[in-house]
Design a protein around this ligand. Structure first.
Ligand code: PLP
Length: 388
């Protein structure tokens, strides 16, 4: 048994850990130094809170190459952002009976809202399949497009296999459809340019590779698109009106925001930009390569998803012959102090596509703070379990 003393955290696709020291310091400093209610009062604490929110908006706009930071709205995670997109289109862009295209690698944050729309609005749904590398076949898009295709939703990076979808190729071929991208696993690692990729709405979460705390996230919405908000209420703006403001970002930001979470997210985004996406991606891909190459020495292991020669994320799904996924994950934790996730990862369709439904896989996901020693510990632990 090779129990490491400090846990090896290889579950960054669920949420990143640890967070950069700046994120923790920012959160405690903000909590200590100022009140957290922005845009409501005119005193200096409220103005300081507004400034924190503005700065995070600006940082995100820069990261996603969006010229106007007011096109970024905050939500509590990517699930809420995706729900704003999918349900906000209802009744305007998306009418009952319309056609929607998505991919075989979606998370339930996309699939459950879309399945619900099938139920309540009778929308029809087409799914872009994956190829032999496990990547979305974007070349199939023209064949699937119809006159009434109003929405395309695509996951940028699979949380099951690390496969990267060619978002630019979809953007090029989307026709008049509204293009919504789930950047939960890509923001903070892979470059995203909302203009070059022709993205109408980009949904992101704060607590994964953007290195912020849970409870933070949001979306970018291209100018000219009017979506219905999911919630209505106080915004601190246009208080004389009993109707929701119709301008960004206030239309989507009813209620006192998660100022603390947004402050931490801002510090995370600053860390990402200071470090550089390329440095982060290279480090994570290096760890992914080491791990996958190590796995080739094992007997009885099946690895799913794109080969390491592809541009891919450090999210690796595997199975060990003769062992259940939950048993492997549990033994990694209890006997070896290696923390991973097993099962379906909230993406049953992705597991159907790669042939691992309904049991799922054991998923290792490495982040910027993982080291080569962590990868070695993961390999050794897996070897011990598979040799049993
Ligand atoms: C691709 C993808 N989409 C959506 C989500 C949902 O993220 P959140 O729980 O932060 O809303 C996740 C999280 O695992 C994900 O990996």
């Amino acid at each position: 048994m090779t129990k490491t003393r400090v846990p090896v955290y290889a579950d960054n696709a669920a949420t990143s850990f640890p967070k950069p020291p700046e994120v923790m310091e920012t959160i405690t400093a903000v909590l200590r130094q100022t009140s957290l209610s922005p845009g409501r009062s005119a005193h200096k604490y409220s103005l300081a809170a507004s400034r924190i929110i503005f700065d995070t908006r600006e940082a995100l706009a820069e990261l996603f190459n969006c010229v106007d930071s007011s096109r970024i709205a905050f939500t509590c995670n990517v699930t809420e952002a995706l729900n704003v997109g999918i349900f906000g289109l209802r009744g305007s862009i998306l009418q009952p009976g319309d056609h929607v295209i998505t991919t075989a690698l979606e998370h339930n944050s996309v699939m459950r809202p879309l399945r619900y729309l099938q139920q309540i609005d009778n929308i029809t749904l087409s799914i872009l399949p994956i190829d032999d590398n496990g990547e979305v076949l974007t070349s199939e898009l023209p064949r699937l497009l119809r006159d009434n295709t109003k929405l395309i939703v695509a996951n940028h990076v699979s949380n099951v296999t690390g496969a990267v979808t060619d978002i630019e190729a979809i953007g090029r071929q989307k026709g008049n459809a509204f293009f919504l991208v789930d950047a939960a696993q890509s923001a903070g690692v892979f470059p995203i340019d909302v203009d070059a990729m022709q993205i109408d709405m980009l949904a992101f979460t704060g607590h994964k590779s953007l290195l912020g705390p849970t409870g933070s996230g949001g979306f970018y919405l291209r100018k000219g698109h009017d979506l219905q908000p999911l919630k209505r209420g106080g915004t601190g703006s246009n208080s004389e009106m009993e109707q929701q403001p119709d301008f960004m970002p206030d239309i989507f930001e009813a209620g006192t925001p998660n100022t603390l979470g947004i402050a931490g997210l801002g510090a995370g985004v600053d860390f990402v930009m200071r470090t550089g996406l390329n440095t982060i991606k290279k480090h994570e891909q290096h760890l992914c390569r080491l791990f996958c190459e190590g796995l080739t020495q094992f007997r009885g292991v099946t690895v799913y998803g794109p080969p390491v020669s592809r541009n891919r994320a450090a999210v690796i799904s595997l199975r060990l012959d003769g062992k259940t996924e939950s048993e492997v994950a549990q033994r990694l934790d209890r006997e070896h102090n290696v923390l991973v996730r097993s099962g379906l990862h909230c993406a049953p369709g992705a597991h159907q596509a790669i042939g691992t439904f309904p049991d799922g896989t054991v998923r290792f996901s490495f982040g910027f703070f993982n080291t080569e020693a962590d990868v070695t510990a993961c390999l050794q632990a897996l070897k011990d379990i598979s040799d049993d």
